[in-house]
Design a protein around this ligand. Structure first.
Ligand SMILES: [Fe+2]
Length: 395
C-alpha cells in the first residue's frame, strides 16, 4: 500500500469544491427513487417531468443530509441515448457532478489537456438563482458535470426543478438512515485501464494520487485487483479507480466489467457519524448487506490486542451487525457493503465511519472479496481461468 504526500502545485485558478450530486439513468426513475427512500432513508427533494414542462426526461431528486441522488428516465419512446445506455449498462450511474469554482477555466484547461467536453459551459436560471454547468467525459459512458453557482441559489435543488409530486408519509415514521455525505466514489476499469484513467484525472483535472495498492497486496485465494485513489487539491473528492488483476479465477472487478458492459461506477461510499445506529436502522428498513464470517471477528480481536488504537464501539455489536474494522497506528474506520442494488452484479453502496483514518479499508479487502466471491460463485461467475485466460464456469 502506498500513501502519497505530494499534492503537486496548487492550481492557480479554478477549484473542485466537493461532490455535488450523482445522476443515475434507470428504467423507472419513480420506482428507483422509492427504493433509495424506503431502504436507505432518503427523502424526495425535487422533481422535473411532464408537469413541470420537462417533456423528454423525468428527474426525481432525493436527499439525505448532504447526499443528493438524481434518478432519470426517458419519457418518450425512441430515446436512443438513454435507451442504448440502459441496454448496455442496465440501471447505473451516468454522471458524478462536482461543485466547482471557475467552471470556464476548468473546462478550458481540461480541453487543452485532451479531455473530451460533452457540453461546453452554459447557464440556467430561474426565480431562485443562476447556475453555470459543463459536462466532461470520463471512464466508460460516465460523465462529470461541473456546477458553479453564480451567486447564492435559493431553490430546492437546481434551476427548473419543482416540489416533488408526492411525499410518502410513511417515510417519516421509519428509523433514520443516519447517512451524511459522499465519502468516495469508485470506478471499475477493464484490464490495464486503471493507469490511463488515473492519469486522465491527474492531467485533465489536476487531481493527484492519494493512495494506491497493487495485486501483490490485494488478493484472495482466487482473484486480485489493483487500485489507485485520485483526489482534488483540497482532497475533498476521492475517486478510487480499480482494475482486475490476473488470478486463478475471474476477478469480481472483471465480473462487474462484463455485466456493466465496460467501465463504470462500482460503489458509492456514504459517510455516517454513527455506523451502529445507521446499520441497525438500515437493516430494519430491509437493506441487504454482505456478511463477514465470524472467523473475521476472531482474528480482528486478536489483532486489536496488540494495536496502538482502541476501537470505541462494542465489538460484539459490530460483529452482530457485520460491520468491518480497518486500522493503523493512528486511527480506524468502520465499514459495511450492501449487496448489488439492481439485478446485475454491478453497483453497490458502502456505509463508512472514520476515526482519524483516511484509508479505504484495504485490511478488509480480503474478507470483503471472499464475501463477494461467495455470491459471485452463486451467480455462476467465479469462473476458472484457463491458461489462455478464457473462462469457464467453476461448477
Ligand atoms: Fe469504498
Amino acid at each position: 500500500m502506498t500513501s502519497y504526500t505530494d499534492k503537486g502545485e496548487k492550481p492557480l485558478r479554478g477549484r473542485f469544491v466537493k461532490f455535488h450530486h450523482v445522476t443515475f439513468w434507470v428504467g423507472n426513475a419513480k420506482q428507483a427513487a422509492v427504493f433509495y427512500c424506503d431502504k436507505l432513508g432518503f427523502e424526495p427533494l425535487a422533481y422535473k417531468g411532464l408537469e413541470t414542462g420537462s417533456r423528454n426526461v423525468v428527474s426525481h431528486v432525493v436527499r439525505q443530509d448532504k447526499i443528493l441522488f438524481v434518478f432519470e428516465s426517458a419519457l418518450n419512446p425512441g430515446n436512443e441515448e438513454m435507451g442504448e445506455h440502459l441496454v448496455k449498462h442496465g440501471d447505473s450511474v451516468k454522471d458524478v457532478a462536482f461543485q466547482v469554482e471557475d467552471c470556464d477555466f476548468l473546462v478550458q484547461k481540461a480541453k487543452e489537456r485532451g479531455a473530451m467536453i460533452v457540453k461546453e459551459p452554459w447557464v440556467e436560471q430561474d426565480a431562485y438563482g443562476k447556475v453555470k454547468y459543463a459536462v466532461v467525459q470520463t471512464y466508460g459512458d460516465t460523465t462529470h458535470t461541473f456546477i458553479e453557482y453564480l451567486g447564492p441559489y435559493k431553490g430546492l435543488f437546481l434551476p427548473g426543478y419543482k416540489e416533488p409530486l408526492f411525499k410518502d408519509p410513511s417515510l417519516s415514521k421509519m428509523p433514520p438512515g443516519c447517512l451524511n455525505f459522499i465519502d468516495h466514489i469508485v470506478g471499475n476499469q477493464p484490464d490495464h485501464k486503471m493507469e490511463p484513467v488515473s492519469d486522465w484525472y491527474q492531467k485533465c483535472l489536476l487531481f493527484h494520487r492519494f493512495w494506491s495498492i497493487d495485486d501483490s497486496q490485494l488478493h484472495t485465494q482466487y482473484s486480485s485487483l489493483r487500485s489507485v485513489v485520485v483526489t482534488n487539491y483540497e482532497e475533498t473528492i476521492k475517486m478510487p479507480i480499480n482494475e482486475p488483476a490476473q488470478g486463478k479465477r475471474k476477478s469480481q472487478i472483471q465480473e462487474y466489467v462484463d455485466y456493466n458492459g465496460g467501465a463504470g461506477v462500482q460503489h458509492i461510499a456514504l459517510n455516517t457519524s454513527n455506523i451502529i445506529e445507521a446499520i441497525i436502522n438500515l437493516r430494519a428498513r430491509g437493506l441487504d448487506f454482505l456478511s463477514a464470517p465470524d472467523t473475521y471477528y476472531d482474528s480482528l480481536r486478536q489483532k486489536l490486542k496488540t494495536a496502538k488504537i482502541k476501537v470505541k464501539e462494542d465489538l460484539d455489536k459490530l460483529q452482530e451487525l457485520k460491520i468491518l474494522v480497518d486500522f493503523d497506528d493512528k486511527g480506524y474506520l468502520l465499514q459495511i457493503f450492501t449487496k448489488p442494488v439492481q439485478d446485475r452484479p454491478t453497483l453497490f453502496l458502502e456505509v463508512i465511519q472514520r476515526h482519524n483514518h483516511f484509508g479505504f479499508g484495504a485490511g478488509n479487502f480480503q474478507s470483503l472479496f471472499e464475501a463477494i466471491e461467495k455470491d459471485q460463485d452463486a451467480r455462476g461467475n467465479l469462473t476458472i481461468l484457463t491458461p489462455n485466460a478464457e473462462s469457464k464456469p467453476f461448477y
